[in-house]
Design a protein around this ligand. Sequence first.
Ligand code: CA
Length: 232
Amino acid sequence: MSLAKPKILVVEDEAALVELLTYNLERAGFDTRVARDGEEAELAIAEDKPDLVVLDWMLPYVSGIEICRRLRRRPTTRDLPIILLTARSEEADRVRGLEAGADDYVVKPFSPRELVARVGAVLRRTRPGGDNELLNYADLQMDMAAHRVTRDGRPVALGPTEYRLLHQFLSHPGRVFSREQLLNAVWGYDAVIEPRTVDVHIRRLRKALNDGDRPDLIRTVRSAGYALDAAA
Ligand code: CA
């Protein structure tokens, strides 16, 4: 089990887009590294394997789609999650991208929020060990295989949204999440949901966790958001 930030390798040659991507991914709690072309990408992956690659289709020397194929052929990178980034929106191109082995496909221009949400969704879907992972914090434990949460050994009953919220907090204990970040992570990029909805689910999560007058584990940070914090 690792509580480290997921590592994202951004493979893109346009400086402005690199900045937009790294800024938004870092803000959402990811560690980012950048490669400008396929060769740099292969070196970066060999040096420190990322948890996911955001790969632009249009790159100098070797196209993103060819890099994607190469990564899929190699046993060490066969399972590396890849999101392909491209200006091509034709159905045929989409299919080509997915056939080359990309896990998802984002068409430019995209909103940073959408990209961050896609990264989160692909990681949830593909992260190895995600199904038998135990997440712990203070006296809280989440057994992802059994889909069960306990506090101090006693079961905590949670609805699906509260479960996903808690999973997000347990994956980054102590980190303050804004309502928007929680919306992205828990509801997804295509959800049309009022930020206030987050407050409602936080209230339910708190009630379930703190049942029996136990110390509150969720800290409200005024005008910033929420964090899992035993010192709350
Ligand atoms: Ca490019």
